[in-house]
Each structure stands twice: as structure tokens, then as C-alpha cells.
Design a protein around this ligand. Sequence first.
Ligand SMILES: Cc1ncc(CN)c(N)n1
Length: 228
Amino acid sequence: MSVADYGRVFATLRAGCSEDWAAYTHHRFVAGLCDGTLPRGGFVKYLVQDYVFLVHFARAWSLGVVKAETLDEMKICARTVDALVNHEMALHVKTCAAEGIDEEALFTAKEDVANLAYTRYVMDAGLQGDFLDLIAALAPCCFGYGEIGLRLADEAAVDTPYADWIKTYADADYQQVMVGIGQMFDAAVIRRLGADFAATPRWAALQKRFTTATQLEAGFWDMGLRAA
Ligand SMILES: Cc1ncc(CN)c(N)n1
């Protein structure tokens, strides 16, 4: 099975909430994508919500440019905004167009409260806190889908109708962006907290940000299942 290395900081945060991480990355919605049993209507409703989610996530990554302290941090945040709005969202636009939903309808779709809670939590983490607070809250989104994409590329049923979705997140370009974010996150944490970052007084608060965002990811899948 392919395993990606998204860095030491991410590995430490994931180990700090392993049950929540498993509940997110091995959610029943994900199992339905894998074996193809997820009802199509529910998938489309999830995708409409996810388009709106990505709009707000792109705003939050843009805040990363504002909060960055180095040019490398700025470049990674800017590249991630590009990956979200010019690449990942193409999946949503194409799949929804085939279902008769155009981009204007996607952009103006009414947000589910689970969606609203997650994206505004992340934005608030960045507005209230510093660059590390923001990236800790953004990280589960990136690395979770990266892990899921790679696993499902290995395990999915050959006839799952969700092959395009899986390919988007297993794709080398997506994985390369995630690896770059992981390297930037390591450098950003070590720059501010030192190499022994997990032993610093600040760490518990960053873990809390990451854990909460991971729980909100699981809540997003729950919303998808309610729509199914
Ligand atoms: C809810 C959610 N989380 C993460 C991703 C991956 N960018 C996404 N598209 N949607």
C-alpha cells in the first residue's frame, strides 16, 4: 500500500488523536466511496457542500499568506490556494455539471451547519491565533484526504463509480502539494517552537486545534451520510 510522508509535525499531531483520526479517515462515508455502495444522490449533495467548503478553505489558506513569516510559507499557502480553486474544485464542477448543477448554483448553494461550523472554526483559528494555529486547523483537511486517496487507490472496488473522486486525491499532483505543505509545516513549527516542539507549553493548544478540526471532518462525512 502507498504511504505518504507528510512530515514529523503531522505524524505527532495524528498520534495525539489517533481515535479521532481513525473515525475521520475510516468513516462509513469513505467505505461507501471505496466499495461503491454510497448512494449517488448523497454523494452529489456532499459534493455541492464540499464546493462551498473549498471556497472557504481557499479563503483560510489566503489568510496564511497574510500570517506567514517567511517567503517559503507564503509560497506554499499561495500554491495551496491555486490547487484548491483551480484544480480540486474542477472535480466538483465537472461531476455536478453531469448532474445538471452549474457552477453558479454551486457557488450560491446554502451551507449546511456542519459545513459552516467547520470552515468558520478554521478561519477563526487563524484570525484569533498566529500562523501555527491556522495551519494546525487546516492540516486535517489536507493530509486526511491525502491518506484516504492513497488508501482507496489501492483498495477500491474496480467498478466503484467514485473512481474520479479517488483519483483526484491519490493523484501525484495532489500528493506533491500535500508533501510540500508537510515540509513547510515542519519548518514553521521548528522555527517558532524548536526541534522539541511537542515538549513546549504551546503544544497542547496546537494539538487541540488539530483534534477539533479532525472531529469536524468526521462531522462533515456524517452530514454527507444524512444527505444520502
Ligand atoms: C471536507 C473536506 N475536507 C478536505 C478536503 C480536501 N481538500 C475536502 N475537499 N473537503
